[in-house]
Write a protein that binds this ligand. Structure first.
Ligand SMILES: *[C@@H]1O[C@H](CO)[C@@H](O)[C@H](O)[C@H]1NC(C)=O
Ligand SMILES: *[C@@H]1O[C@H](CO)[C@@H](O)[C@H](O)[C@H]1NC(C)=O
Length: 529
């Protein structure tokens, strides 16, 4: 009697499983996870750390079913879906994000093999995040086929422990999203945008408003009178809205790098320019690098309904595994019901010449989008100026992600733009990438108060909190009428929400020694307000 096809199938199905259970994987069969070919720009090597140095390692594991995770975000964020607005709890997100149980077990076996004491391992976020405390550098080097050394940032003198490459056993590599710290050098300090960049190229100049009352009316003849709350409220038609749900509605402004709001200056600003709102206050969240901040906010039982973030780095400087990790965490925030507004950058399509050497030693221009504005699960905010008509501001960061593919909500507008663009810049950007930004607002010549003096400044660091302010008013309306907050905005923004936007059709975002992209009717990378 021969084998029936069914029994052959059974042997195939059972055989490898049994082997897997009986023999431990070959932990010395290692594949590279991420490698830099040279030390990242602006960092210098200080050599090996002193003997006895330890490092806390964070191992982020992938969700058992990553498709299901993003599907859940679609469901609660897409106005056409029956589950729209049914945002998830912290526990529900952790459950969706959890790795498969056998993956956790496998990771445990690997750590045990390398002598990592179980008492130093903590799990978080439903097991998707492992923290190994106090790992000696020699053991970290073995675990990750790494060479941890000290690197100093040229400029800030910040010293960090990093490796130029790391790897993982083949048996694990597809289950691990990233390990930190490893090859991600950029910290918010180095990735901070230049909020004071002026379109005339006078970078970093704070312009003190001349003595006398700043102009707050729309009728001035000047090209660009200082942007004030009353100007913004008129332009974006929010003047008549009175918030009802201030006791339940929260707006989070993320501050890193010892940048924190000054209560005195806020009071002065509010007294002078928003005398009806002088009781506005904020909670100062301690300064924290990006991931620490996401970690912090995601374990809170309640997250702010609207969040404004003004930081970003050139996408290519962020390792893809780390960028994917951070972008996933933004998807978690969206599932929790937060609208995250994030600045698109202040360098148009890129700063400087944007020349990169390809595999054949030839220099080529590549536009430089900024991360995390290229993450599809946040709402990126670009820059406009002027009024009647409002036009794209030339500094407006915009383009296409190299790492993240075009998300489904961009399938309407973005292909039209690309078709009209034709072959222009065709080697300079990734036409299949997520388009940036999603919306744009006034960003030039904002009035603000510092050390009791009025100043003006310019950049997407101005337009982003403005966008967050408007979305927060909409969230106030939703909450005060007994509905769920808007949550992740883009399915709505690119669908029904489009009718509430003013299409910006002129201006461009030069950079990389090119004219950049031009604003046109419909979606474009210098886009709508
Ligand atoms: C992952 O989840 C999706 C639902 O979002 C489901 O269709 C698919 O079958 C799941 N895949 C696995 C391997 O469980
Ligand atoms: C960094 O170190 C150099 C040399 O010691 C020093 O001149 C410079 O002022 C330091 N920079 C900062 C930002 O501390």
């Amino acid at each position: 009697m021969g084998f029936s096809p069914l029994s052959v199938l059974l042997i195939f199905a059972i055989g490898p499983l049994r082997c897997f259970a009986t023999f431990a994987p070959r932990w010395d069969d290692v594949q590279a996870k991420h490698t830099w070919s040279s030390i990242p720009e602006n960092w210098q090597n200080l050599g090996h750390p002193p003997a006895g140095t330890t490092v806390d390692l964070h191992v982020a594991l992938k969700a058992q079913n990553e498709t299901a995770l993003i599907d859940a975000l679609h469901e609660v964020s897409n106005p056409g879906n029956p589950k729209y607005g049914a945002h998830l709890s912290r526990e529900q997100v952790a459950e969706l994000a959890a790795p498969a149980p056998d993956v956790l077990q496998l990771v445990g076996t690997w750590l045990k093999h390398h002598g990592v004491p179980s008492s130093t391992i903590a799990t978080k976020h439903g097991g998707s995040w492992l923290t190994l405390t106090g790992v000696p550098v020699s053991r970290a080097n073995e675990l990750l086929s790494a060479s941890y050394q000290l690197y100093q940032h040229i400029g800030t003198n910040e010293t960090v422990l990093r490796t130029l490459s790391y790897g993982l056993p083949t048996a694990l590599i597809t289950h691990v999203q990233t390990v930190a710290p490893t090859t991600h050098f950029g910290s918010p300090r180095t990735s901070r945008q230049k909020p004071l960049m002026r379109p005339d190229g006078a970078a970093g100049v704070q312009t003190k408003v001349p003595a006398g009352e700043p102009r707050t009316v729309l009728t001035g003849r000047d090209e660009s009178p200082p942007v004030t709350p009353s100007f913004l409220r008129r332009l974006y038609k929010t003047s008549r809205y009175v918030p009802f749900a201030a006791d339940r509605n929260m707006l989070g402004v993320v501050g890193f790098l010892d940048q924190y709001p000054s209560p005195d200056d806020l009071t002065l600003f509010m007294n002078q320019y928003r005398s009806d709102a002088t009781s506005a206050t904020f909670k100062v969240v301690p300064d924290d690098p990006f991931v620490n901040w996401l970690d912090y906010v995601l374990v809170q039982e309640k997250v702010p309904q609207t969040i404004s973030i003004n930081y970003g780095a050139e996408e290519y400087k962020v390792p893809p595994d780390h960028a994917g990790f951070v972008c996933n965490l933004f998807a978690w925030l969206g599932m929790r019901g937060a609208s995250v507004l994030l600045s698109s950058g202040d360098d148009g399509v890129g700063l400087g010449s944007c020349l990169f050497t390809d595999g054949y030693g030839n220099s080529r221009v590549k536009f430089v989008p900024t991360f995390p504005s290229t993450c599809p699960w946040i709402t990126s905010v670009g820059a406009t100026t002027g009024y009647y008509p409002e036009v794209a501001a030339s500094l407006s960061g915009g383009g296409f992600s190299v790492y993240f593919p075009r998300p489904p909500y961009q399938n309407q507008g973005v292909p039209d733009f690309l078709r009209n663009l034709g072959s222009q810049y065709s080697d300079f950007y990734n036409p299949g990438g997520c388009g940036v930004p999603d919306i744009s607002l006034q960003a030039i010549n904002y009035l603000y108060v510092l050390n009791k003096q009025p100043w003006t400044m310019t950049g997407t660091s101005c337009s982003t909190p403005t966008a967050a302010g408007i979305i927060s008013l909409l969230n106030d309306y939703m909450i005060s009428t007994g509905r769920r907050p808007l949550g992740f905005l883009n399915f709505w923004l690119y669908g029904r929400g489009l009718s509430g936007l003013n299409d910006i059709t002129s201006g461009s975002n030069p950079g990389c020694k090119t004219d950049g992209f031009s604003a046109v009717p419909g979606w474009d990378p210098v886009r709508p307000a």
